[in-house]
Design a protein around this ligand. Structure first.
Ligand SMILES: Cc1cc2nc3c(=O)[nH]c(=O)nc-3n(C[C@H](O)[C@H](O)[C@H](O)COP(=O)(O)OP(=O)(O)OC[C@H]3O[C@@H](n4cnc5c(N)ncnc54)[C@H](O)[C@@H]3O)c2cc1C
Length: 291
């Protein structure tokens, strides 16, 4: 007997008409928006409930994953009640954008005042956005978030979805939303067509301390091995670095000691950007196109 059928035979069915798989920023935002519109929704996630994030200012204590939130995203989070839950002193408002071709003379600089707006966006650590959304979701009577409920099976039966979880629990829902990230199991189980390829690049991410103020600006150099970006953090001498490198160039840079890495980083940035003087823990991610 197939495992999903076995589960169906032995466990009771439970859940709302609408089920979201994945309690990341996408899944929780949708759940809160629906809950506030009076629609009951269950969210399942295979991971454990995230702990309250550390909010230290040491270089090791910043989330390596940050997002640039545009004014439209901020307005949406505000509508959900989540924006005010993110600590003010961790929101990095940026007003400038400096982009240049490190091999040539091309350059684009612009500022919020050029477009008569107070700011271009905010850089916020993902774990803080997630925590704010979780607080809102948990305060929303129509939203139920269940951790440690990994999606294991999906079957379309009698005009609705039957969802089997790792622990054996079964849900029935008229509509299922796959918000389970880049390696979506929902997409896989429903054989959704996907267009994907590797960029043959990997990104090195890390928190970098600067010798001077970041000027509330995003800095991006286009190198012949890929783009290198510095995104301002709420500490005005720290930035989130995302250095994308061709796979042929990546290992030599990724394996450098911190001291040698900083030298390579400052060489790559050139005189256009503030000088990097300290680097926190680094991580690398392969870059893929996937839609
Ligand atoms: C270092 C780094 C930097 C990034 N910077 C940016 C950036 O600047 N801007 C940007 O837009 N994006 C950035 N990204 C990508 C960013 O992480 C995603 O855009 C964002 O997290 C997507 O949110 P999501 O809710 O769709 O998915 P995720 O955050 O991946 O959340 C998916 C959720 O689904 C759960 N899940 C997965 N599988 C299952 C399953 N089988 N059953 C149940 N639950 C499951 C996971 O536990 C997770 O909680 C970055 C990513 C990395 C790694």
């Amino acid at each position: 007997m197939a495992p999903d059928i076995a589960m169906r035979a032995t466990k009771a069915t439970t859940g709302e008409a609408l089920l979201i798989v994945g309690a990341g920023v996408a899944g929780l935002s949708l759940a809160i928006a629906l809950g506030r519109a009076g629609i009951g929704v269950t969210v399942i996630d295979g991971a454990s409930r995230p702990q309250t994030p550390a909010d230290g200012w040491d270089i090791n204590e910043w989330d390596l994953r940050v997002s640039a939130l545009t004014p439209a995203s901020v307005a949406f989070l505000d509508d959900l009640g989540a924006w005010s839950q993110i600590p003010e002193n961790r929101k990095a408002c940026y007003t400038g954008m400096q982009v240049w071709d490190a091999q040539g003379s091309g350059r684009i600089d612009f500022n919020a005042r050029d477009v008569q707006t107070p700011f271009l966006g905010h850089i916020v650590e993902n774990r803080l956005t997630l925590q704010a959304l979780l607080t809102c979701a948990e305060g929303c009577p129509r939203v139920e978030v269940l951790w440690e409920h990994g999606l294991a099976a999906m079957n379309f039966i009698d005009g609705g979805w039957e969802i089997g979880c790792d622990g054996g629990k079964i849900f029935r829902a008229a509509l299922v939303v796959g918000a389970d990230g880049a390696r979506s199991r929902v997409r896989e189980l429903t054989a959704m067509p996907v267009r994907q390829w590797s960029y043959d690049q990997s990104a090195i991410v890390g928190t970098v301390a600067l010798a001077t103020h970041h000027l509330d600006s995003c800095w991006q150099a286009f190198l012949d091995t890929g783009p290198l970006a510095l995104l301002p953090l709420a500490d005005d001498r720290k930035v989130a670095m995302v250095w994308s490198l061709d796979d042929s160039a990546h290992p030599a840079i990724a394996e450098l000691t911190d001291e040698a890495f900083l030298r390579a980083l400052n060489r790559a940035l050139g005189p256009e950007a503030p000088t990097a003087c300290q680097i926190g823990p680094r991580a690398s991610f392969p870059l893929r196109q996937c839609h």
